[in-house]
Design a protein around this ligand. Structure first.
Ligand SMILES: Nc1nc2c(c(=O)[nH]1)N[C@@H](CN(C=O)c1ccc(C(=O)N[C@@H](CCC(=O)O)C(=O)O)cc1)CN2
Length: 367
């Protein structure tokens, strides 16, 4: 696993020395977000975003490249995902309490954890604690590394049939011998709070379709942009990484929000040149400090999903997390950035609670 990561770093670094041309083309277009200010989330439902592709003169208007220079000062606002997530979780808790008072039911989340990965154990523990704090009931099935696929499928079927379970998730990654596709296909579409079922993902990809759930981390990224007052429509966005969990659905979601999206991955030639044209950069590869200050357009917005543990005896647990972005360089170039930790991570859990509440509301027809 580690040597694979090292190989990836080498592949990624190949592009570092290429020359680049920074260009910007941005359009300030109004979004629908103000209409949704009384909802838990500020981002609107996808169906309300569907617009016909009508090309007009202004669509083809060219803005000259930005002349803004880099300074040695911090220019970036830090997007505080931890406090935004806390605010969302409080609103979810109050909705759960309203639901309980009104119909005597609360949302239920079921988690399946296979194996002994320390990071997965931490994430699952945090998810269950967050459920507790919001008044959401949670159940967990823990299975050993060497369990069979049938055991996982059996746990899934029982949660699929349990009416008090409204959300089901299988913590990823699964141990190598599992067929992840086969397992995720079995999660009931109506309880797929991770949004990883191929039908939910397919509906996210298709115009005019509404997935029942949007994957938590991508949804968290969009919510951070909305709550920070950052326009998506008409912007150039670059998503670095194309994983099924983050990169791919984030690129689809940004597209649904009318950004012009490029995807940069390990085989992309000149990733720096492509990235430095972006108004919005979302990076999710887990390669520490991949994105240098020189990759970023002055004034861009950076959402750093990467988390990579590095040894640090001065930290409480002996390690600290660093992101995909070279933070010290980026804060001197960009207009806003998420920190690691405390940026996107806490939003992933807040969105999971949101999806679980949403699922329970749908199941009980509770508005
Ligand atoms: N079934 C799923 N598996 C995985 C998902 C997912 O959404 N569904 N995403 C990631 C892991 N993940 C949730 O499962 C997750 C990652 C990070 C955080 C988080 O809060 N990070 C904190 C730091 C926490 C720490 O100190 O370790 C932060 O960035 O501030 C929450 C959830 C892969 N698997």
């Amino acid at each position: 696993m580690k040597s694979m990561m090292q190989r990836m770093v080498v592949v990624w670094q190949k592009g570092l020395n290429n020359n680049m041309t920074c260009r910007s083309q941005s359009r300030a277009l109004n979004t629908l977000k103000d209409n949704y200010s009384c909802q838990i989330l500020k981002s609107p439902p996808l169906a309300s975003l569907d617009l016909p592709d009508v090309w007009t003169h202004s669509s083809t208007h060219y803005d000259p490249p930005s002349t803004q220079n880099c300074t040695n000062e911090q220019t970036a606002a830090v997007i505080d995902g931890k406090s935004i997530a806390e605010e969302i979780r409080l609103r979810i808790a109050s909705e759960v309490s309203r639901m309980k008072k009104s119909i005597g039911q609360v949302p239920g989340l079921a988690v399946i954890l296979v194996g002994q990965r320390k990071d997965s154990q931490t994430y699952v523990r945090n998810k269950i604690k967050a459920c507790e704090e919001a008044g959401i009931k949670s159940v967990m099935t823990e299975l050993p590394d060497d369990c069979t696929e049938d055991e996982v499928l059996c746990a899934l079927s029982s949660f699929n049939e349990n009416p008090s379970v409204h959300g089901i998730l299988v913590q990823l990654p699964l141990p190598q011998h599992f067929n992840e596709e086969k397992i995720l296909n079995v999660v009931s579409l109506e309880k797929d709070v991770d949004g990883f079922h191929p039908l939910n993902m397919g509906n996210l990809a298709m115009r005019g379709r509404e997935p029942l759930f949007i994957p938590c981390t991508p949804k968290g990224c969009i919510e951070l942009l909305f709550r920070s007052g950052i326009e998506i429509m008409g912007k150039k966005a670059v998503v670095i990484g194309r994983s099924n969990i983050v990169g791919l659905p984030t690129s689809l979601l940004l597209q649904r929000h009318h950004a012009t999206v490029s995807i940069v991955h390990a085989f992309t030639k000149n990733p720096e040149q492509i990235t430095c044209e972006a108004d919005i950069v979302v990076t999710a590869v887990g390669v520490p400090n991949l994105v240098r200050g020189s990759w970023l357009k002055p004034g861009a917005v950076v959402i750093d999903v990467g988390t990579y543990p590095v040894e640090d005896p001065s930290c409480e647990h002996g390690y600290r997390l660093i992101g995909d972005v070279c933070y010290e360089e980026a804060i001197r170039v960009v207009s806003a950035i998420t920190p690691v930790p405390g940026g996107v991570g806490p939003m992933t859990i807040a969105m999971l609670l949101f999806n679980t509440l949403h699922s329970a509301k749908r199941a009980y027809d509770f508005t």
